[in-house]
Write a protein that binds this ligand. Structure first.
Ligand code: HEC
Length: 131
């Protein structure tokens, strides 16, 4: 009889489950990858922004000391269309990010909102890079 932990197939499956568990689709780590693929061209590799593109590491500082989660979520899911923080340049819409599984986000005391995991991941990542 082979002990369960000596079975290479089960060990591999266990390792995969652990890996998957470490980076849920709505985690900051997943958000960092999405950021690199979709946002870094404009907002910079580390979120520092540019001439006409806002710095995303100073959101909390610039919004009265609290990370503006509602604004970020609105910006990303398109609800904030037309409410530009800066004039002249436009933030593109990321409709394709809407495709995918939904998850619930706490947006206030006792209030939650269903949002695509990828938007939640981006929000979590941006929250994690505040100065
Ligand atoms: C084509 C360039 C471009 C890309 C790509 C881009 N942005 Fe932006 N973003 C902008 C510009 C320009 C603004 C300022 C105008 C506005 O608020 O719409 C902005 C504004 C924002 C704001 C509001 C900032 C503030 O200070 O109010 C957030 C949050 C943001 N972007 C996040 C993201 C995220 C996350 C991604 C990737 C999914 C992304 N952006 C991709 C150009 C871009």
């Amino acid at each position: 009889m082979t002990h369960i932990s000596r079975n290479p197939v089960l060990v591999t499956l266990g390792a995969l489950a652990l890996l998957a568990g470490c980076t849920p689709a709505d985690s900051p780590q997943a958000g960092r990858d999405l950021y690199t693929q979709n946002c870094a061209t404009c907002h910079g590799a580390t979120g520092q922004g540019g001439a006409q593109v806002p710095n995303l590491t100073t959101l909390a500082q610039r919004y009265g000391g609290t990370y503006p989660q509602a604004m970020v979520l609105d910006k990303l899911d398109g609800y904030a269309r037309g409410q530009n923080a800066y004039t002249g340049a436009e933030m593109p819409e990321f409709g394709h990010l809407l495709i995918g599984r939904l998850t619930r986000v706490q947006t206030g005391r006792g209030v939650s909102r269903p949002l695509p995991e990828r938007i939640v991941a981006l929000d979590a990542y941006l929250h994690s890079i505040q100065q």
